[in-house]
Design a protein around this ligand. Structure first.
Ligand code: RBF
Length: 153
């Protein structure tokens, strides 16, 4: 039996991060955690590209274009959606999640969903190094693992 499984060795991997500026108090922390985890796991700093977009709605467009260029082994999308008083949260979170998933399948490049969807700022802060861990670091590890697995297929 052959088992396919990616490792967490980022040596030689090229990664792009697309990060939303909306709620940048949170997304800058996601970005810090992601870049630190990439570097800690062996990714060279010069092999990390960071693209800023206005909000999470724009993540799939830029991620899809970066993936289509085939210059990177994986893309990470980072955003923070915080529910407000109108249905915007639902429209943007659906567009972001479905758009990222579709871009990933269409390009054959792993695109990682590092978008927080929270009821309030407290839930978001819990997920950027608080009591529920660090979703930026987790996204970085998922990117390295998927970059490896994608090469084995
Ligand atoms: N972008 C986010 O990344 N997180 C949000 O919580 C968020 N809330 C929004 C709420 C409203 C009412 C609007 C109009 C936009 C919001 N955006 C948010 C920005 C959105 O992702 C996008 O950048 C803009 O709608 C421009 O296309």
């Amino acid at each position: 039996m052959n088992q396919l499984e990616g490792t967490l060795d980022g040596t030689g991997k090229k990664i792009a991060i697309v990060v939303a500026r909306f709620n940048d108090f949170v997304t800058s922390k996601l970005l810090d955690g992601a870049t630190q985890a990439l570097i800690k796991n062996g990714v060279d700093e010069k092999d990390i590209d960071v693209a800023w977009v206005p909000g999470s709605f724009e993540l799939p467009f830029v991620a899809s274009r970066l993936a289509a260029s085939k210059k990177r082994d994986a893309i990470i999308c980072l955003g923070a959606l915080i529910r407000g008083d109108t249905p915007h949260f639902d429209y943007i979170s659906e567009a972001a999640s479905l758009g990222i998933e579709q871009a990933s399948r269409e390009t054959g490049i792993p695109i990682i969903f590092g978008v927080l969807t929270c009821e309030n700022m407290e839930q978001a802060m819990d997920r950027v190094g608080g009591k529920v861990g660090h979703k930026g670091e987790e996204a970085a590890c998922a990117a390295i693992e998927m970059a490896h697995l994608n090469k084995q297929i």
